[in-house]
Ligand binder design. Structure first.
Ligand code: ARG
Length: 562
């Protein structure tokens, strides 16, 4: 049920061909003051057709509108304002949200079309960074939001597994590496070797040549180089998968940069064919002067390909393979120029599908105001951070609810929910200050607060009786009405979150709904045995459904007890 649409339809019955339904919908406003009603329609645009002043029109239109969903219709100056019937509307909404078999808020405008979401995409042999965590969490939410809108989603992990750095790593491993150490602690040891390479190369520049030559061998399919690289890749992916399991994130494809090795020639030939390649200091580039951008490097003077070469190839491959309607790259803001270049080159190639492509950037993760990074030696290991969050959650639970049966699993859900919600609650382009203490609070705008509200609502339902949808009556009071208005918004919230690729829209909505519910709960004797008991329980159940679904969309579990 959509009250704006209902009002628009009623208006359309009166206005006929004078105004299209779509146009009416866009004109309807929400009055600034509650005392002026719930919806308002301005009559200015009608004065030509009616050859009357807007004030006169509003009086005429108001007199002709009448619907069981409106308690009162009133002309207020040039506006026609309606006061919704709280009782009728709350009854309908509560029924709708409680309907079996349909997840409330699901939309179908995606029509099963494909959306490719490129997210997480860490670099092998390096620790999983805070930036990659943000990409993982934001990308996963966009994935679920897109599905909720009726799209078919393909989640791609464009693993960073190719480039000169792997030549350096091979050299470093062969020179200083110890197999057992790498086996015991792959990422940590490989990263140490990589750091050592750079330290040594600072005094001995010839090492750079060694690194380059090993990468050359790797590119040429040298067996030793290839076996080492495969090993590095395997152990890295295994390590990353522990993080993905913890977070409950899945991918449909792990085709990373190396996957495009044998596909780049074709793409380069196409650039040549379209006369887009020019030589610049021995390198092959696509000139982007007319776009006011530096050229896009396709091939270095030594013949080596680059990040952009692989991304261009990947774009063509993905369009060919998935015929995507949209393709989304969830990658930090530092790479904005790279993606602009990529999209401009595709446009020059005549690839119209570029219209559906977007770079979805996000801000930095900060600790005490400074970027949290994997600086030399000082590695912030993401897994440790997540495990810290879980153990803090465990402490909180021990304090608040020591007899909880499922403590360990609940602590995991709460700890991870806290990390995810903390990331998603602000607009993604903002920086995030990482504070375990803040994110794990049970009050305020946190994941645990939403989860706790959900669990509290679940516990009320456990004490209540079965809900019969036919017996539901509507409500008149302010606390219930506030909840109903918010429940009604959920589908719009999903659509808006999708259009902006902005999970924070959902997160903020959940905070509002949880707050409204807690106010309601503080002022209502929900379990009182009167003739509204079933209706109140149905309202509580509706809140449970939407909190649960909203959290699910953000990639967060909703425990029933905590
Ligand atoms: N591996 C890259 C990095 O860590 C991110 C890759 C993003 N995806 C892409 N198609 N370029 O910076």
């Amino acid at each position: 049920m959509n009250t704006k649409l209902i009002y628009a339809q009623e208006l359309h019955k009166v206005l006929h061909e004078n105004l299209e339904l779509e146009k009416i919908i866009t004109l309807i406003e929400t009055p600034k003051h509650d005392t002026h009603g719930d919806l308002a329609f301005p009559c200015f645009e009608l004065s030509k057709a009616f050859r009357k002043a807007p004030m006169a029109i509003s009086a005429e239109v108001a007199g002709k509108i009448n619907s069981p969903f409106f308690a009162k219709v009133e002309a207020m100056g040039p506006y026609v304002n309606v006061f919704l019937s709280r009782e009728q509307i709350s009854k309908e909404i509560i029924k709708e949200v409680n309907k079996e078999g349909v997840a409330y808020g699901s939309l179908d405008f995606g029509n099963g079309k494909n959306v490719v979401i490129d997210f997480s995409s860490p670099n092998i042999a390096k620790p999983f960074s805070m930036g990659h965590l943000r990409s993982t969490v934001i990308g996963n939410a966009i994935k679920k939001i897109s599905r909720k809108c009726g799209y078919n989603v393909i989640g791609v992990n464009h693993v960073g597994d190719w480039g000169t750095q792997f030549g350096k790593l091979i050299y470093a491993y062969k020179t200083w590496g110890i197999e057992e150490d790498v086996k015991a602690n792959p990422i940590k040891e490989l990263f140490k070797l990589y750091v050592k390479f750079h330290d040594e190369a600072a005094n001995n520049p010839s090492l750079e040549d060694e690194g380059r030559s090993w990468f050359k061998r790797l590119e040429n399919g040298d067996q030793e180089a290839y076996e080492l690289w495969t090993w590095f890749r395997d152990v890295s992916l295994k390590d990353f998968s522990r993080i993905y399991d913890l977070l409950g994130v899945e991918f449909d494809s792990f085709n990373g940069e190396a996957f495009y090795n044998d596909k780049m020639d074709k793409m380069i030939a196409l650039l040549e064919e379209k006369d887009l390649l020019t030589e610049s200091e021995g390198a092959m580039v696509v000139n982007l002067d007319e776009n006011g951008m530096p050229p896009c490097l396709i091939k270095k003077s030594d013949g080596a390909t680059l990040y952009a070469t692989r991304d261009l190839t990947a774009a063509l491959y993905r369009q060919e393979t998935y015929k995507f309607d949209r393709a989304v790259y969830v990658v930090g803001g530092e790479q904005a120029l790279h993606f602009q270049q990529l999209f401009h080159v595709l446009r020059k190639m005549g690839m119209d599908f570029v219209d559906g492509m977007s770079h979805v950037p996000f801000g930095l993760m900060l600790k005490d105001g400074k970027k949290m990074s994997t600086r030399k030696g000082k590695i912030v290991l993401l897994e440790e951070v997540i495990n810290d969050a879980i153990s803090l959650a465990q402490d909180n639970i021990n304090e608040k609810n020591p007899n909880l049966s499922n403590k360990q699993e609940t602590a995991r859900q709460v700890g991870i929910g806290a990390v995810i919600f903390h990331d998603l609650k602000n607009e993604r382009t903002n920086n995030v200050e990482f504070s375990l203490e803040q994110m794990l609070k049970f009050e305020g705008e946190t994941g645990p607060y939403i989860q706790y509200t959900h669990a509290r609502a679940c516990s009320i339902l456990r004490k209540g009786v079965d809900i019969e949808l036919d017996e539901i009556k509507g409500f008149e009071d302010d606390y219930s009405w506030q909840i109903v208005k918010e429940l009604q918004l959920f589908p719009n919230v999903i659509e808006k979150a999708f259009e902006k690729y902005e999970p924070s829209v959902v997160a903020k909505y959940l905070i509002d709904l949880a707050q409204s519910f807690n106010k309601y709960y503080g002022n209502t004797r929900v379990l009182e045995e009167d003739n509204l008991l079933i209706s109140r329980l149905a309202l509580v159940k509706a809140v449970v459904n939407v909190l649960n679904e909203g959290l699910r969309i953000l990639g967060i579990s909703a425990p029933e007890e905590m």
